[in-house]
Design a protein around this ligand. Structure first.
Ligand SMILES: Cc1ncc(COP(=O)(O)O)c(C=O)c1O
Length: 343
């Protein structure tokens, strides 16, 4: 299918914004920052070094990032919480579950998507785990929360989001989706999801330390603002000292973690680049690819590397070697970096 002129222009924009040392295939591990974001980060660090920076500037960066994430997933900025990691944001939700809640997870999902729930087993929270493809069938009236990655980091498998949401709605279960491996290339309407969590350092190509969570307005009261501090108030700079507690009313920022200044600065410049990247996703969709080329390739490379990797100590293939997994990981990384950097 021929590309439209606007798509050709978008591809040219993408080419100018990224300068990898070779073909880069590893966005599922971390996305490369666009040049404009990298420059913004360098300038921010320099301003910090020379004392030319100000709190107001960082707040502006944070609020722009919050709004840009909201636009991307179809929710208002007031419904977006700012944090630093997925595990921290999901931890907030998990800590707010009543004792004896039942959480349904996907087998083999990422540790940060599943461990925050699992640590609550000692207070009676029950964890159930089923294959990703069986999630919607496994929802029943006994389930409190269904939590899963929209795109599985180990396989690239895409969850049947609509099916799971319909089942959860039918039985009154809450849904928490981790969009870290999806957001940026797989358009998602977060307004339909109770909690949509995302770290921005992969497909949103931002620095690590910038994570977001959209909270559907009717669910805000269910989450205890465990990170409450000056930034969880409606007007942070006028709420720095003393009692009483004054959280932002009816806004997801009451769940905020005080922002990681520099990283939000780098994130701020990603808005245009994100659009370009989304264009890239559209093009791939038009070519009939269900997931990003680079992500698919990385999973394939990983699988090949896993088969042929050798333990550097005993030289047997890693499948036969029980002594170390470090060497196996190293040789897998070598294969990936050879492809990316020609190294
Ligand atoms: C699905 C998914 N969620 C979250 C993360 C990162 O988690 P955290 O922000 O807790 O480091 C990753 C990193 O690979 C991931 O693949």
């Amino acid at each position: 299918m021929p590309l439209r002129d606007s798509q050709t222009a978008e591809i040219a924009g993408i080419r100018d914004e990224w300068q990898p040392a070779g073909a880069y295939l590893n966005t599922a591990t971390y996305g490369l920052p666009p040049t404009s974001a990298h420059n913004a980060l360098l300038k921010a660090l320099d301003d910090w070094r020379t004392g030319r920076t100000s709190e107001e500037f960082w707040e502006e960066c944070t609020e722009r990032a919050r709004a840009a994430f909201g636009r991307l997933v179809g929710v208002k900025p007031g419904n977006v919480t700012v944090g630093a990691t997925v595990s921290e944001l999901i931890g907030l939700l998990a800590a707010s579950l009543p004792d004896e809640s039942v959480v349904l997870l996907a087998d083999g999902d990422f540790a940060s998507t599943i461990f925050p729930w699992t640590v609550h087993q000692d207070r009676g929270v029950v964890i159930k785990s089923v294959p990703l493809a069986s999630l919607s069938e496994a929802v029943d009236a006994g389930i409190t929360m269904v939590a899963f990655s929209h795109v599985q980091p180990a396989s690239g498998d895409v969850a049947d989001l609509d099916g799971i949401l319909a089942a959860a709605r039918h039985y009154g279960a809450l849904v928490c989706v981790d969009g870290t491996q999806a957001c940026g290339w797989l358009p998602t309407d977060a307004a339909a999801i109770d909690f949509y969590v995302c770290h921005a350092y992969k497909w949103l190509m931002s620095p690590r330390g910038t994570a977001f969570m959209s909270v559907s307005p009717g669910r805000l009261d269910r989450v205890r603002p465990l990170h409450a501090g000056w930034y969880a108030t409606a007007d942070p700079n006028n709420n720095l000292f003393g009692m009483p507690l004054r959280l932002a009313p009816a806004a997801a920022r009451r769940l905020d973690t005080s922002p990681a200044w520099f990283f939000m600065g780098g994130n701020r410049r990603c808005a245009g680049a994100r659009r370009a990247h989304r264009g890239f996703g559209d093009i791939q969709a038009r070519l009939g690819l269900g997931r990003p080329v680079s992500s698919s390739l990385m999973f394939a490379v990983r699988q090949v590397a896993d088969r042929f990797r050798r333990c550097p100590r005993c030289r047997t293939s890693s499948g036969a070697c029980r002594s170390t997994s470090v060497g196996a990981r190293w040789s897998c990384a070598r294969v990936v970096s050879r492809l990316q950097y020609g190294a």
